[in-house]
Design a protein around this ligand. Structure first.
Ligand SMILES: [Zn+2]
Length: 178
């Protein structure tokens, strides 16, 4: 059977929430309307406006991270004979130096707008500890309240004792936007 390309009968909707601002974007088949997501290799997903520039002088580990990120596969030079599983420090320096201009071009603001699915840590504001994600912030607050044990049992008990029904409880927490 011949399949006509460019024609999708079952398009699927997608949505994405920025872990920093909480703003959402939605679209179809991986194309988003308001902004295109960037996901770092540690799993933080954020809007492109929060992406950091590649550091002026990356450390060896940052260079290793950058050249190994999947999004760069086709932009790297001098890497036909590279053994990616055993990348020596010298080879990292060599590949990075040969491709630096293209790498910076790829990660420049305009490229950010195309979205990246496995971005290196050094462009992630959460990994770089410049922004706190909404999720981590809430986990921190919970940790402060719950302590090391991390059990919600006492919290649930307190809620039930303090409020007579779900409506009263819901009213009490409605101003909080996690
Ligand atoms: Zn990250």
């Amino acid at each position: 059977m011949k399949i006509r390309s460019g024609f999708v009968s079952n398009s699927s909707s997608c949505s994405f929430t920025c872990c920093i601002s909480g703003s959402t974007t939605s679209g179809r088949d991986g194309y988003y309307e308001d902004f295109t997501p960037i996901n770092c290799c540690c799993g933080h997903g954020f809007a492109p406006q929060y992406a950091l520039d590649i550091p002026e002088n990356p450390t060896l580990e940052q260079k290793r991270d950058i050249i190994q990120s999947e999004c760069l596969e086709s932009s790297l030079k001098n890497c036909d004979d590279v053994d990616w599983d055993n990348l020596s420090d010298e080879k990292v320096e060599e590949v990075y130096a040969a491709s630096e201009e293209d790498i910076r071009g790829f990660f420049s603001k305009s490229y950010h707008e195309r979205g990246i699915s496995e971005a290196p840590e050094c462009i992630c504001p959460v990994c770089a500890f410049q922004k706190i994600s909404r999720n981590d912030r809430i986990k921190y607050l919970l940790k402060e309240i719950l302590g090391d044990e991390g059990s919600f049992k006492k919290v649930d008990k307190d809620i039930k004792e303090k409020f007579g029904n779900y409506n009263d409880f819901e009213n009490y927490i409605k101003e909080i936007k996690p």
